[in-house]
Design a protein around this ligand. Structure first.
Ligand code: GP9
Ligand code: MN
Length: 428
């Protein structure tokens, strides 16, 4: 209702951070590729196994001078996993405490999502994914978000051994997507959701080009093989971009959606990381995932700000030069000065540059030491952080559960006309 909405607006007014003007509009009018790296964790960057880099292409991008990379960027998903990541990235709203908002609210709610915002900037918008269109209710949710096109499994060629796990293998998926990308009117915003690097990390012999790790934990040891395969698929896609010249007028955004290896595999992870143990604190820090923005001429480097998936949309809109001062978004431009660096996890835990909370325990983020006795100053500080996290999560929940965006329209924003959108193959 309107009183919930006014508490949301009040919160945003008090917490909105001005974006970094040095970066405002540097990608204006460029094509945008958002590449979803399934279950890809930050620790894979520069990780070596079997005498080789596991992900040389992603590593190369990470270190390039025209790539903005982040090494304190966290996934913030809940039960909705991939769906929560998509929701946060394209709406700057948190996933719900239970279930997946794309499933429970995606069809009916009003959204002011990236595709609809960019549509008004003259962009063609398309999502690509090699699984059935109904998974995570994407086919309905994408209409609410304003996607012009959704290329799902129906659009891709089929063949023996083409699928593994949840869908089309990444190399085939990327190749097949390319032919559709070439047909999109520019500028476009294209999101490609990979899937092969998904638990249980299955891959045919022919495509395995690195040995499994040797932790002895079967649910963990295939991870490097599918991660490498994903990296190769991305490498091929980047080569294709160079061939077409799309690399010159596009901004490429890469992100890992959530952990691949859960906190239930402490022993195996400790072994992978060369540590003697893996604590709850370590597991919170292990939620880092890659976030990179690559564009020719971009002033890059590894940025150490603490942030997460909720912060992506404000960051991208600033780069694209899209006015973003009256939207209902809970994140902030990752390049902004004086931004709040408290990263909320869906369960209320958090990581901030000074303190980390896991359950009822607070840790010093720098040392990893659990604080058994908090000083008055520490108590005050962790209380401020906790309250901030609780407030942003509960207000974001109100927006989604109460479908509050139907009561509020940013200046110049137009709701997507869902009746005009169809993702059926016959209409393509
Ligand atoms: C399926 C894929 C997997 O289409 O996106 O989702 P996840 O299990 O990672 O949430
Ligand atoms: Mn996922």
């Amino acid at each position: 209702d309107s009183s919930s909405m006014s508490s949301v607006l009040k919160y945003l007014k008090e917490n909105r951070v001005s974006p970094n003007v040095e970066y405002t509009g540097v990608a204006k009018g460029k094509n945008v590729f958002v590449i979803h790296l399934e279950s890809f964790q930050q620790f894979l960057i520069d990780y070596k196994w079997d005498g080789q880099e596991v992900t040389p292409n992603i590593n190369k991008l990470y270190h390039e001078s025209d790539t903005l990379s982040f090494d304190n960027f966290f996934n913030q998903v809940g039960q909705g996993k991939t769906a929560d990541a998509e929701l946060m990235l394209e709406n700057s709203l948190f996933g719900l405490q239970e279930g997946a908002a794309m499933v429970t609210q995606g069809t009916t709610n009003t959204f002011q999502a990236a595709p609809a915002i960019l549509d008004q900037q003259g962009y063609t918008t398309a999502s690509f994914h090699g699984d059935v269109p109904s998974f995570w209710n994407r086919d309905n949710t994408y209409k609410s978000w304003g996607y012009d096109y959704f290329f799902s499994s129906q659009y891709f060629k089929e063949g023996k051994g083409y699928n593994v796990g949840y869908g089309l293998k990444d190399k085939i998926f990327m190749q097949d997507s390319a032919q559709y990308v070439e047909q999109l009117p520019q500028p476009f915003y294209a999101k490609l959701i990979t899937v092969t690097n998904h638990y249980p990390y299955l891959l045919d012999k022919q495509n395995q080009s690195i040995a499994k790790t040797d932790t002895g934990d079967d649910t963990v040891d295939g991870y490097v093989q599918t991660a490498k395969y994903l990296d190769q698929a991305l490498g091929e896609f980047m080569t294709w971009m160079e061939k077409t010249g799309l690399d010159k007028n596009s901004m490429v955004v890469l992100y890992g959606d959530h952990y691949g290896i859960s906190g239930n595999h402490k022993k195996a992870v400790a072994k992978l990381l060369g540590q003697d143990k893996f604590t709850d604190f370590d597991n919170a820090q292990f939620q880092r995932v890659p976030f990179m923005i690559h564009m020719p001429g971009l002033k890059g480097g590894v940025n150490h700000t603490y942030g997460g998936e909720i912060d992506v949309l404000p960051t991208l809109l600033n780069l694209l030069g899209v006015k973003n001062d009256d939207t209902i978004q809970f994140g902030s431009d990752l390049l902004a000065a004086n931004r709040n660096q408290t990263v909320a996890f869906r369960n209320g835990d958090f990581v901030a540059p000074d303190y980390t909370k896991v359950g009822s325990t607070y840790y010093d983020t720098k040392t990893g030491k659990a604080l058994t006795k908090l000083t008055t100053k520490q108590k005050q500080r962790v209380l401020v952080l906790s309250e901030h996290v609780t407030e942003e999560l509960s207000l974001s929940d109100k927006v989604i559960s109460g479908d509050l965006l139907r009561f509020y329209t940013p200046v110049g924003f137009e709701d997507p006309d869902k009746s005009q959108i169809s993702y059926k193959v016959t209409d393509a």
